[in-house]
Write a protein of this length. Structure first.
Lengths: 258, 394
């Protein structure tokens, strides 16, 4: 199996403000969001990061997407280090999250061309890819409509399409179905499975067990910034359901029973 | 220039020029507003200080001497002779703007004047009292007219010499060019600076703090675009747009100033400036816009929202305005080159120099060069801001 992504001992600590200290009920000046996290993802698989809110999933994915720098550790994606070659990483991955938005003033057509240019995609290749992706997601009819005037579902589809302008082999997706209605959520999960079938590597973060069970090949369970377990979905669910397994691990890690 | 930088600039232009309302409110409206407003101010001021050409002034006199009886035959004056008993009621009428002027001559004015010798007399000279109301335009004008007549009368009695009496001759050797230069160099630098600043302030926070607020800039940051390309692309394209807004205001001002001044100052005309002056002005304001956009971009990069960016830029705007006023004081543009290293001040003094025809090429070059260097430094700072996770994602 070809290793597409390898995260080694990734760590990230945030400074806490006075207000945050009060909220967290702590006197510590810093909070370790991600604590020496290591894992890898192979070509053609979906790797899921499972954990409760605040476990460090988003921080981990943001580090992988080079939006923030780890305090220690490194990750190598398709041969590019997030520390020494962030631009190389950016040209190889697609990063999707509900926090990254498209400028509402522009049309999907314009945005596709714009992001293609930023990624240095040749015009002929761009046009072919645009036609294919627009048709696949039913964006074609709305290609000339400003993003502001699209429905939430269509906006999500446009985001998916735009993230694929440079035909990335590694897709990092933070909370892929959060805030989506059932139909759009289905479009997203179908799309992820299609990408997997095409041999791409997908890393998703979520706290939804059913999503993991549906699309993931391997799962890393994160609790308080630490990797509690990292195994195949098959192994994890051999004895009991993923949900029960998760709570066993959670209780063990946090030293308390829910 | 790299392709990505051009792509970023193209997007900024597409964003701006694709929005007709934004183009109208940022580029067309400021020039139009200034033109309409200043023209209106000009005609309103003219109305304020002029009276109708056929107005007949109501003048009341006490003890009008024979030597000034000609006043009664003047067409624009309606002279009513009255006596001391009516003085108080006339004064209150003038105060109430019901009548225009009251002139009280001492009794036997002509004799007293003839008898008075300013060199030997122990007493005060005979005094004429004129009551008027300066707020009431007609009354003020009547006062000036009567004073003029009296002064002429006084001069005619003891004329030893005259000053500049030949109406045909031009005594003030200042040319129209010099007068226009002096006036424009005092006023325009401050106006231009504030136009440029407000034009930049209406676009830069929206493009940087706005994109940050809406989460669209993070989408750009996960593409392989270099932070420096993004910063330079933003600053350059916003500067072009800011320049358009500033130039529009400038054109509006140049067209409106002759109207604003009306005929009052006579022959002041923007036509005294040649193509070279306008080219220099354009170069200076372009370099100034770069600096302004640079500073506002950094503030917008640090700010969490468009609103905060606006609030952060307000003290800067006050500084720029105060610096703009420096062209009104002092004796023209300073010649010491080191002063042209100071941002904003250098622009104001360059404009001051250009409009008064005294700009030194070396100072212009220093200003433009410095401003470009400052902008490059600020673009580097903005790139750092785009790369700073603490500032970008909170």
């Amino acid at each position: 199996m070809e290793e597409m992504l390898k995260a080694q001992e990734l760590s990230k600590t945030f400074k806490l403000s006075k207000k945050q200290q009060k909220l967290e009920k702590t006197t510590a000046k810093t909070k370790t969001a991600v604590d020496r996290l290591s894992f890898c993802a192979y070509r053609g698989e979906v790797f899921g990061l499972l954990g409760p809110n605040g476990a460090g999933k988003t921080t981990t994915l943001r580090m992988l997407a080079t939006l923030i720098r780890p305090d220690a550790g490194d990750a190598v994606i398709e041969g590019s280090s997030i520390i020494t070659d962030p631009n190389g990483v950016r040209s190889k991955i697609a990063f999707l999250t509900s926090e990254l938005k498209l400028e509402e003033f522009f049309t999907p057509d314009y945005l596709f061309d714009f992001f293609s240019e930023l990624h240095g995609v040749a015009p002929a290749e761009r046009d072919e890819r645009k036609r294919r992706l627009f048709d696949r997601f039913g964006v074609s009819d709305f290609a000339g409509v400003k993003v502001a005037n699209l429905s939430t579902g269509m906006k999500q589809k446009v985001s998916l399409v735009i993230s694929m302008v440079h035909d990335p082999q590694t897709i990092i997706f933070d909370e892929p179905t959060n805030g989506l209605d059932v139909i759009t959520a289905r479009v997203v999960t179908d799309f992820l499975q299609e990408l997997k079938a095409e041999g791409r590597t997908i890393i998703v973060s979520t706290h939804i067990f059913s999503l993991i069970e549906k699309i993931c090949d391997r799962v890393g369970i994160i609790v308080s910034g630490k990797m509690a377990v990292c195994d195949t979905l098959e192994n994890l669910t051999a004895e009991k359901s993923l949900e029960d397994k998760f709570f066993d691990i959670y209780a063990e890690m946090e030293g308390k029973v829910l | 220039m790299s392709i990505r930088l051009i792509t970023i600039m193209k997007k900024e232009f597409a964003r701006f020029f694709g929005d007709k309302r934004m183009v109208f409110s940022t580029v067309l409206l400021p020039g139009l507003m200034i033109y309409v407003l200043y023209s209106f101010m000009g005609s309103a001021m003219a109305d304020q200080f002029l009276t109708a050409a056929d107005h007949v002034y109501e003048i009341h006199t006490v003890n009008l001497p024979d030597s000034l009886a000609q006043l009664k035959s003047q067409q624009d004056l309606a002279v009513t002779e009255t006596d001391l008993a009516d003085v108080e009621s006339l004064k209150s009428q003038i105060e109430a703007q019901e009548t225009e002027l009251l002139v009280i001559f001492p009794e036997g004015f002509d004799e007293k004047v003839a008898a008075y010798d300013s060199l030997t007399s122990q007493e005060a000279a005979p005094q004429v009292e004129i009551y008027y109301n300066s707020v009431f335009t007609e009354s003020g004008t009547a006062y000036d007219t009567i004073c003029g007549v009296l002064e002429q009368y006084e001069t005619s009695m003891a004329n030893k010499f005259d000053v500049n009496a030949d109406a045909e001759k031009r005594y003030d050797m200042a040319t129209e060019r010099d007068m226009t230069g002096q006036f424009f160099s005092m006023l325009l630098p401050m106006l231009l600076m504030s136009f440029l600043f407000s034009a930049c302030l209406s676009i830069a926070p929206e493009s940087i703090a706005g994109e940050k607020e809406r989460g669209t800039i993070a989408t750009l940051l996960v593409t392989p675009v270099k932070r420096s390309e993004l910063a330079a692309g933003k600053i350059l394209s916003l500067s072009v747009i800011g320049l358009l807004g500033g130039v529009s205001s400038f054109v509006g001002t140049m067209l409106a100033i002759p109207k604003m001044l009306g005929g009052a100052t006579g022959g002041m005309d923007a036509g005294v400036y040649g193509g070279m002056d306008y080219v220099m002005t354009l170069l200076v304001i372009l370099s100034t816009v770069l600096v302004i956009i640079g500073v506002i971009s950094i503030l917008s990069g640090v700010a969490k929202s468009v609103k905060e960016a606006g609030a952060l830029a307000t003290p800067l705007m006050i500084i720029v305005m105060v610096v703009g006023v420096t062209s009104m004081f002092g004796d023209g543009a300073p010649s010491a080159t080191y002063l042209y290293l100071i941002p904003f001040y250098n622009s104001v003094q360059c404009l001051n120099g250009i409009f008064s025809f005294s700009a030194l090429p070396v100072n212009l070059a220093v200003t433009i060069g410095c401003n470009i260097v400052y902008t490059m430094v600020m673009a580097a700072v903005l790139a750092k801001i785009f790369d700073s996770e603490k500032i970008m994602y909170i």
